[in-house]
Design a protein around this ligand. Structure first.
Ligand SMILES: [Zn+2]
Length: 603
């Protein structure tokens, strides 16, 4: 994308319209704590929230990794965008028009092509639905869906459709609309015959399920074979296309997002029929992967909405293997995971039809945490009454236990296990110490290192650093203090990187671009740290103390500088210089004494 100048007024307008709490809230579940919101940091791995968002100041800051800044910085980091791209994205979100920017021709063509592909998918989904609801060819498919207990309302909500047994039903329709065979092939809607010429419908004899992205755009299709006697694969999805990467999509996410946030939980089921059945029974925080191995990208899609996941799978071995993989991914990422296995090996669809919503919700509420579930499975295989049985189980769970970083969470996990295994907590901890975590979990996550490099971390215990933090926060909040500060020493009072931030604040350079780099992170740190350390009423006094401390440090430095110059002058027997230096020294000594007295008076 080419660089474009974005006027400051437009940046201000976007910043004013895009509330940082709701922007961040789309990626990170936030809880209100006093004046701020907190959540788990999206930029480093953590299990206790140190990521803070201030609605009053419209900034975020992580006490764990030091990342921080305004809404533009957040968007750049989380979506890995340039400043321009982040501005464009936020502008679109809040309906601010950006001045037309020059796109390269290739870029324009690429975007236009993608737009057209989305449109073709949309037309296709509506066509399949029309076939399902309004034609004779669609009847057997509609009968099947109704027999599965789906209401017409739900069928319409999910735009379910039908691809009848035909070679040119869809392709014929799309050609009449002026859509090229190449485009149908690109979207995986059509296939090419072995002769290399004939292009025909890819989905035939199937009930059709449009697959949508997080924003609700149709990106692919899933088809379920209607004829139980047919030999082809029962479920078939679109191939990978420019719009569809199946490892990065969760079926139903567009319709589940809000419920996941409001209920602070997500339900992961096996297939799209389960998702749709759950909706029919009023359970809407539900998604499914698309018949492939669950990926960390998919887990991260969930984490934008909640950190609590219920994983449901039926009893068969393949289902369990797939579920175990997703469980490991979730627990690696620090999510709170429950395992939902429904009685009789039923899937959610079957269970809901037999017992209804209330019973299902109760099963969810009673479902064991991941660790207890694993322990139960191990206890089926390992005899706990055997001398080494319990110890083998603990060792098998050791890697999972070592992943728990919060001491509180670890203690409650150990307590749960001690009940389950009828074993003392001490014994479990002893056993754990003997099996050290695997190397890959012991190493700190890479992202933390990187963030620390980009944002200098303030040392709480360094009195001078904290004094600089308090003074900078003071002039940020109360710019009228700047004049006096400039006279008392100005930038000489600060070390790097605080000096740079001081200069930025004095220039009143709040231009987003200038404050985007380390300055923005540092400013965010300064503001949050200072507020953590200082109560509102004590702030003026603390500001004076901190300023005094910095001026005193500068004066002491000046004093010792003069002393060594005096020694040199006396060595070289330069009497007039010596006298001049002695006079200066006396002045600085008086100033120093005054400051020391003042410091004592303020204690
Ligand atoms: Zn962090």
């Amino acid at each position: 994308m080419s660089q474009a100048f974005i006027p400051q007024e437009i940046l201000d307008e976007i910043a004013a319209k895009c509330d940082i709490v709701s922007v961040v809230g789309e990626y990170v579940p936030l809880k209100r704590t006093g004046a701020n919101y907190t959540g788990l940091c999206p930029f480093h791995n953590e299990k206790t929230p140190s990521f803070t968002v201030s609605p009053a100041k419209q900034i975020f800051y992580c006490f764990g990794c030091g990342e921080g800044g305004n809404v533009f910085k957040f968007m750049m980091k989380i979506e890995n965008l340039t400043f321009q791209e982040a501005v464009a994205k936020l502008a679109e979100k809040c309906g601010v028009c950006l001045p037309e920017k020059e796109m390269s021709r290739a870029e324009k063509e690429r975007l236009a092509r993608l737009e057209r592909l989305y449109k073709i998918n949309d037309v296709t989904a509506r066509y399949y639905q029309k076939v399902l609801l309004e034609t004779n060819a669609g009847k057997p498919y509609l009968e099947y869906l109704l027999k599965r207990g789906l209401s017409r309302e739900i069928i319409e909500k999910f735009t379910l459709g039908a691809a009848p047994e035909s070679w040119d039903n869809l392709t014929g329709f799309l050609r009449k609309k002026g859509i090229k065979d190449e485009e149908m092939l690109d979207l995986g809607l059509a296939s090419r015959g072995k002769d290399g010429r004939r292009v025909f419908d890819r989905f035939r004899g199937r009930a059709m399920f449009p697959i949508r992205d997080e924003r609700g755009r149709v990106i692919a299709f899933g088809g379920r074979l209607n004829d139980p006697e047919a030999k082809a694969q029962k479920y078939m999805n679109s191939p990978e296309t420019p719009l569809f990467h199946k490892g990065r999509v969760l079926y139903g996410l567009d319709m589940a997002k809000n419920a996941m946030r409001s209920e602070d939980a997500a339900l992961l089921v096996e297939g799209y029929m389960d998702v749709i059945a759950c909706h029919q029974y009023g359970i809407t925080n539900v998604v499914a992967p698309l018949g492939t191995a669950f990926t960390p990208e998919q887990a991260k899609l969930l984490m934008r909405n909640t950190y609590r996941v219920y994983v449901s799978f039926d009893g068969d071995a393949a289902g369990e293997k797939a579920a175990m993989r997703s469980l490991d991914i979730f627990s690696d990422l620090g999510l709170n995971v429950h395992v939902l296995t429904l009685p009789g090996g039923r899937d959610p669809d079957e269970y809901l039809r037999a017992f209804g919503k209330e019973a299902f919700l109760k099963e969810m509420a009673d479902s064991p945490e991941y660790l207890l579930y694993k322990a139960s499975r191990l206890m089926e295989k390992i005899n706990v009454n055997d001398i080494t049985g319990k110890s083998r189980i603990i060792r098998a769970l050791a890697d999972d236990l070592h992943k728990i970083k919060s001491p509180v969470a670890l203690e409650s996990a150990v307590t749960m296990l001690s009940h389950k295994l009828q074993l003392g907590e001490q014994a479990i901890m002893q056993e754990l110490k003997q099996k050290k975590p695997e190397e890959k979990f012991a190493a700190p996550p890479e992202t933390v290192e990187k963030s620390i490099e980009s944002a200098p971390k303030i040392n709480f215990n360094d009195a001078y650093q904290m004094a600089q933090v308090i003074v900078l926060n003071g002039i940020y909040k109360e710019p009228s203090r700047q004049a006096l500060l400039a006279k008392t020493g100005g930038e000489d009072l600060f070390d790097e990187p605080f000096r740079k931030l001081y200069q930025a604040l004095v220039r009143q350079s709040t231009a987003e671009e200038e404050l985007l780099g380390t300055d923005a992170s540092l400013l965010a740190q300064v503001i949050f740290l200072a507020e953590k350390e200082t109560a509102e009423s004590a702030e003026p006094l603390l500001y004076e103390q901190a300023l005094n401390r910095l001026v005193l440090r500068q004066t002491e430095n000046a004093y010792s500088g003069l002393l060594s110059r005096l020694a040199q002058a006396e060595n070289s027997k330069d009497q007039s210089l010596s006298i001049k230096l002695l006079q200066e020294l006396e002045q600085v000594r008086k100033k120093k004494e005054k400051l020391e007295n003042k410091a004592r008076g303020m204690k």
